[in-house]
Design a protein around this ligand. Structure first.
Ligand code: PEP
Ligand code: MN
Length: 264
């Protein structure tokens, strides 16, 4: 069902008041890895509003490699995050880690993000297939393109057609970068599926200085949007600071991304 052979017209995800994610338009989603506090949310919103970015990302349930790392503010953090974004016309993109969180999160979530550790959590995918909210499905840490498409099939076939795919880098033998952003996946996915393809260069390379060139490369390769991490003080971020852009770096990236998209 997610194949272009089955549906020729590209999927359009409509968020109302002129906001949509679709092929031919360029979507930017930005924000911290983790939601930390009210001040951080407010400063990030100010930054995004000034740049006319309409989607803010931020995790409140964080899948951390170590259980001793910061694991997020949970549902109360999400309520605050959502109410502040809503007041500023910004849509919330946030990760859902398990089935039991869906109902609690739903009133405070505009886009359910499925993280790379849950791409093949088939029970979660089945349940998200029944939800009437857009889903951003990330590629698994060691997942193939076809596995990503089969995971998408779970959600789409369950009845939720508001689906976006996300290339976020895969694990390879390379250790010079956190992951290997698979630029190949972009034209391949664009040919195979009618779903929008969003690229996450932050997790894809994991090194702040290289987020910009990878984002621009992804746009030229055909990405419909970019999701990346930004924070007022990246070095103080509760998670993923090393790959997080400062607001001035973020501003420059936004300017360059929009120019690059026009050149495509
Ligand atoms: C994130 O977006 O902060 C995240 C945990 O991403 P991923 O699931 O791609 O590792
Ligand atoms: Mn992160």
């Amino acid at each position: 069902l997610v194949s272009r052979k089955w549906k020729v017209n590209p999927t359009v995800i409509d968020f109302g008041d002129g906001l949509r994610v679709k092929e031919g338009e360029f979507t930017i989603m930005a924000g911290p890895c983790s939601i930390e506090n009210e001040d951080q949310i407010e400063k990030t919103i100010q930054h995004l509003v000034a740049q006319n970015v309409r989607f803010m990302r931020g995790g409140v349930f964080k899948p951390r490699s170590s259980p001793y790392s910061f694991r997020g503010l949970g549902i109360e953090g999400l309520q605050l995050f959502y109410s502040m974004c809503r007041a500023n016309g910004i849509k919330v993109v946030t990760e859902v880690m398990q089935v039991s969180q869906i109902a609690d999160m739903e009133p405070y979530t505009d886009v359910f993000q499925v993280g790379a550790r849950n791409t093949q959590n088939f029970n979660l995918l089945d349940e998200l297939g029944k939800v009437d909210k857009p889903v951003l499905l990330k590629r698994g840490i060691s997942g193939t393109i076809d596995e990503l498409l089969y995971s998408a099939e779970y959600i789409f076939s369950g009845g939720n057609e508001k689906l976006m795919l996300c290339e976020r880098g895969i694990r390879t033998y390379e250790t010079a970068s956190r992951n290997t952003l698979d630029l190949n996946a972009i034209p391949i996915l664009k040919e195979k599926t009618h779903l929008p393809v969003i690229v996450d260069p932050s997790h894809g390379i994991g090194i702040r200085e290289y987020v910009e060139p990878m984002a621009l490369a992804a746009i030229m390769a055909g990405a419909d949007g970019i999701i990346y991490e930004t924070h007022e003080k990246p070095e103080e971020a509760a998670s993923d600071g090393a790959q997080t852009l400062s607001f001035s770096e973020s501003e420059r990236l936004i300017r360059k991304m929009r120019k690059t998209f026009e050149l495509r």
